[in-house]
Design a protein. Structure first.
Length: 85
């Protein structure tokens, strides 16, 4: 696979190699790919967490255990004030 990098990206890669942190441009690119893979894993974990939270909220709403928006904001503000003191 041949990839043409924009000049600013190529310059960045070359600076990384020149810094001695990486042995080659390929090592820099691979490090970037590994970071992207880790970020995707984090994002998938965050999505699962949000889905879990949504299920908890849905179940609570189905059981009538909900608070209207104004009341929720009042409770949040009170909680924040108590933490600040």
């Amino acid at each position: 696979m041949q990839i043409a990098l924009p000049p600013e990206v190529e310059a960045f890669v070359q600076r990384q190699v020149a810094s001695g942190k990486y042995n080659s441009a390929l090592d820099v690119i691979l490090a970037g790919i590994h970071l992207l893979e880790r970020q995707e894993d984090i994002d998938r974990g965050r999505l699962a967490e949000l889905q879990r939270d949504a299920r908890v909220g849905w179940n609570a709403s189905q059981q009538g255990q909900v608070v209207d928006g104004a009341m929720a904001m009042t409770q949040i503000r009170a909680n924040l004030r108590s933490r600040a003191t």
